[in-house]
Design a protein around this ligand. Structure first.
Ligand code: AMP
Ligand code: MG
Length: 421
């Protein structure tokens, strides 16, 4: 990592000198970070939301025994009539969980239910609707295939096969899948510790009276929410005054206990000076100007063993830069294989204003139009201080640098909040 006073190298000719594109910044962050080393073994239910630290292999075949896919009759495929029909006496029953103990001899059959183990000798199941039964004899017509309606042992997952890969974030379906192969515990990456604080003399905590020019600190709450969703351990360090001594000790304290430290505010030009001074002294931090809107300033680097993200102060900018930079970086540290949120392309119903040169993350609402097509509309005013635009939105509309606005009906990229948040 380069030190903060070195100039940022330019990767594109259409962005101003000293400015990074969104993709370049994200790539640098991802390239710098590696999964944390610690691994712990957890009980299956506690693995929800955690990140696997190993390829999990199945200790058994799934299904564990060859079984019937239908309610019907099990028999030998070689006995099926090539033409006309044949009759088979029913010599017993195989229930799910209560298999038939004998062997199905030539010319006979066994009543069988879905999921029941195939009895010895039989390799084919005829659906009950496909045969005629009178007393304890079935009549079978030609046209069946030997081996039909049978699920082979190990056809879902063979013993030793990979059930889930290293880096998978465990979802409810994964808990079920792990249970289906009989695993009670798995190895996951240790939980990350993320410390954060807000900076600004104007910030008041909830419960305090607001003086002239004061505002409530909202970023600490959005950060709390965003980090909780990531499943990390949170260390909330409160508000730190715009003061050299307080900033210095807050950075020191946080870096000593956390894997990641995140701040909001205090990184924009002019304001950054003593934050920058402190960081230059304590660590290796780059101050970036990113060709994006909102969220232009971003600081990234290390303070001791902790990674540092200096997010901008505006409430919308905090969220945009968190999701576009901090979250992919944290997911990488967590050991996640997939760090990118999905993006899809849909028509925009209204006109969107935009100037050339910066990637914009506008707030949008995904919905269905009268014809049932998925479309997106703007939430309206897009100021970086208008946090209600985030609350009203259910997606980001991502407009590329070169875009000079969107006309009604144009296709735009959207990043749904479900899956991101
Ligand atoms: P800064 O980057 O510190 O100049 O902050 C930019 C804008 O965001 C200013 O209007 C700040 O008052 C506002 N801001 C900074 N931190 C917070 C916070 N924690 N909660 C709400 N607004 C904030
Ligand atoms: Mg400030």
């Amino acid at each position: 990592m380069s030190h903060s006073h070195k100039p940022v190298s330019i990767t594109c000719d259409d962005v101003p000198a000293g400015t990074l594109t969104v993709d370049a910044a994200r790539e640098r962050i991802k390239a710098a970070m590696e999964p944390v080393a610690g691994i712990e073994r957890v009980a299956l239910r506690d693995a929800l939301g955690r990140v696997l630290a190993e390829d999990v292999r199945s200790p058994v075949d799934v299904p564990s025994h060859t079984n019937s896919a239908m309610d019907g009759y099990a028999l030998r495929g070689a006995d099926l009539p090539a033409e006309g029909s044949a009759r088979f006496p029913v010599v017993g029953t195989s229930w799910a969980g209560r298999p038939y103990q004998g062997e199905v001899g030539p010319g006979s059959c066994v009543r069988i239910f879905t999921g029941a183990a195939m009895p010895d000798g039989a390799d084919t199941v005829l659906m009950q609707e496909a045969v005629k039964r009178a007393d304890d004899v079935i009549e079978v017509r030609s046209g069946h295939r030997a081996g039909e309606n049978v699920r082979q042992a190990g056809e879902d997952l063979p013993r030793g096969g990979v059930v889930l890969e290293d880096g998978a974030r465990i979802r409810p379906s994964d808990l079920g899948l792990l249970a289906s192969v009989g695993l009670a515990e798995v190895n996951v990456r240790r939980r990350l510790r993320v410390a954060f604080f807000s900076t600004g003399d104007e910030l008041r905590s909830i419960g305090e009276p607001l003086g002239k020019g004061d505002i409530y600190d909202s970023n600490r709450y959005t950060l709390h929410g965003m980090l909780r969703r990531l499943g990390v351990e949170i260390i909330d360090m409160g508000v730190v005054r715009d003061d050299r001594g307080a900033t210095r000790s807050a950075f020191r304290e946080a870096a000593a206990v956390a894997d990641v430290l995140m701040t909001s505010g205090g990184v924009s030009v002019g304001e950054a000076d003593f934050v920058k001074e402190t960081l230059d002294e304590l660590g290796e931090v780059d101050f970036w100007k990113i060709a994006m809107k909102p969220g232009k300033p971003l600081a990234f680097g290390r303070i001791d063993k902790a990674w540092f993200f200096g997010l901008p102060g505006n409430p919308v900018s905090v969220m945009v830069t968190f999701y576009q930079f901090a979250q992919p970086g944290i997911r990488r540290l967590m050991g996640c294989r997939d760090t990118e949120a999905p993006v899809m392309r849909v028509p925009c119903v209204g006109k969107l204003r935009k100037g050339k040169g910066r990637t914009e993350f506008q707030r949008g609402v995904l919905m269905r139009d009268e014809e049932g097509r998925v479309v997106v509309d703007s939430t309206g005013a897009q100021g970086s201080g208008i946090l209600s635009s985030m609350s009203r939105a259910n997606c980001f509309i991502i407009l590329p640098r070169e875009s000079e606005g969107v006309a009604p009906g144009d296709l735009v990229d959207v990043q749904p909040f479900e899956g991101l948040m």
